[in-house]
Design a protein around this ligand. Structure first.
Ligand code: HAM
Length: 434
């Protein structure tokens, strides 16, 4: 018996949502989708199953080991997508060749990672993301950061923190020491996993004392606003003109954040993200209720080139399942009234007449109708209506059907009134609200 019970549970880390839970998810997705549309991001769809070779290109070590991968019946190596940016980039490169730049696209999609399940960490979860292709300008970086902040606000989250870093600065320093891109990826992967000691060890093994010190200094700037430590940073980066140039972009972003997210952001120049495609600004969003990020993104200027077109890009994805755990998210209060529909005699004509009434009432705004299909006495039907918090019940029996009338009972005071079929639509709300 126990075994049977166990085998019908969902797999670890996979979720089932009740209507109440799903309502919150839907609210988050619909609110944020509306925002994307406002900023010109058109929604796209990409496959759930992708060739391993595509995703492996740039997904990074950390996620590479956590993918649901298998051979399909055609003996192809495939994966359940662990993220959406690579697939969306391919779609833009292949299918949107003639679109004027920049190309703005958004998506809502489920992702799969074999992460260790815990609060806010699942093996299947939903991203709501958006990507901006074609622009190298810092304006596009700022647009993406701005929308990410707006998305939180749109669903009621006012208390949050943005953590920013810059992989271009890190990569430019590593390049000065002639460290190739593949090795840079490995080193930044270490920073992503918080393996700072290993990172320094590897650099020191390479005899790179100069950049070793630069990294040590850079990491000390953590949690400081750039403004406060601007002079220090300029000093640290003095010997690296390319990194210094990137730092000028950071200053512009900070100038924007001082206005948009004053007191809610910090830069950490020892911060790297697990995905390998980032080439510039990177950032993550946090809410106080959770220790893990509710969203992450950044600039990735070389991914599209790998897929066939040289398009710079910047984007961001929010983890819907994590947002659902934030107590700050308040779904819009339900304005609609719940009304039950009770059929007294279930004969062919009365049933048909009931559905005609329901069809008419569907046109009344803010009215939700639930037909009682459970049978039993009128008393038990009313009891059920009360349990479901219905405000009124529409009662239809043989008598109502033959006279083309409808009885409505207000549940708060038990008052009942009869309406003609024609007048019902106009008068029902007024009666319920009396
Ligand atoms: P990511 O940071 O790996 O970025 O994922 C984005 C968000 O998905 C995370 O901040 C988190 O909220 C959520 N998430 C990640 N893993 C899990 C999990 N196991 N359970 C629940 N939620 C999770 C990306 O995937 C990039 N594609 C974002 C991006 C878009 N970069 C540029 N454009």
């Amino acid at each position: 018996m126990n075994n049977v019970k166990k085998s019908i549970e969902p797999l670890r880390g996979f979720r089932e949502l009740t209507p109440e839970e799903y309502k919150k998810k839907k609210f988050i997705i619909e609110s944020i989708s509306e925002l994307f549309e406002k900023y010109g991001y058109g929604e796209v769809e990409t496959p759930t199953v992708e060739p391993l070779s595509l995703i492996e290109l740039k997904v990074g070590e950390e996620i590479r080991h956590r993918m649901f991968r298998f051979k399909d019946l055609g003996d192809r190596d495939v994966v359940l997508r662990p993220e959406g940016t690579i697939s969306v980039a391919r779609l833009v490169v292949n299918k949107m060749k003639n679109e004027p730049l920049p190309i703005r696209v958004s998506y809502v999609a489920n992702m799969f990672r074999y992460d260790e399940p815990q609060k806010g960490r699942y093996r299947e979860f939903t991203h709501i993301g958006f990507e901006h292709f074609g622009s190298r300008s810092v304006v596009s970086d700022i647009e993406v950061i701005n929308i990410a902040i707006e998305a939180l606000k749109k669903i009621g989250i006012e208390s949050f923190k943005i953590k920013l870093g810059n992989e271009a600065i890190l990569r430019k320093i590593l390049s000065e020491a002639n460290i190739e891109q593949k090795e840079q990826d490995l080193l930044l992967g270490m920073l992503d996993r918080g393996e700072n000691e290993e990172f320094f060890e590897k650099l020191s093994r390479k005899g790179e004392e100069k950049i070793l010190n630069v990294f040590r200094e850079l990491m000390k700037t953590k949690e400081n606003s750039v403004g406060e430590s601007e002079q220090t940073l300029r000093k640290i980066l003095a010997g690296f003109p390319a990194a210094l140039e990137e730092y000028e972009r950071v200053r512009i972003i900070e100038n924007f954040l001082e206005w948009k997210a004053n007191g809610k952001y910090y830069f950490d120049f020892g911060f790297a993200r697990g995905l390998e495609y980032y080439t510039g600004i990177i950032f993550e969003l946090y809410v106080p209720e959770l220790s893990v990020a509710v969203g992450g993104g950044g600039r990735y200027d070389s991914l599209c080139k790998l897929l066939g077109r040289d398009l710079p890009a910047v984007g961001f994805a929010l983890g819907v399942d994590r947002l659902m755990l934030s107590s700050q998210v308040k779904t819009a209060k339900q304005k609609s009234k719940k009304v039950g529909v009770i059929i007294l005699e279930e004969d062919a004509e009365t049933i048909k007449y009931t559905f005609q009434v329901v069809e008419q009432l569907k046109e009344v705004e803010n009215l939700n109708l639930e037909i009682d299909t459970m049978g039993g006495s009128l008393g038990s039907k009313i009891e059920r209506a009360l349990k479901k918090n219905e405000e009124a019940i529409v009662i239809i029996g043989k008598k109502e059907q033959t006279e083309k009338r409808v009885s409505v009972k207000r549940l708060k005071d038990g008052v009942q009134k009869s309406f003609s079929y024609e007048e019902l639509k106009e008068k029902i709300l007024e009666f319920i609200e009396q």
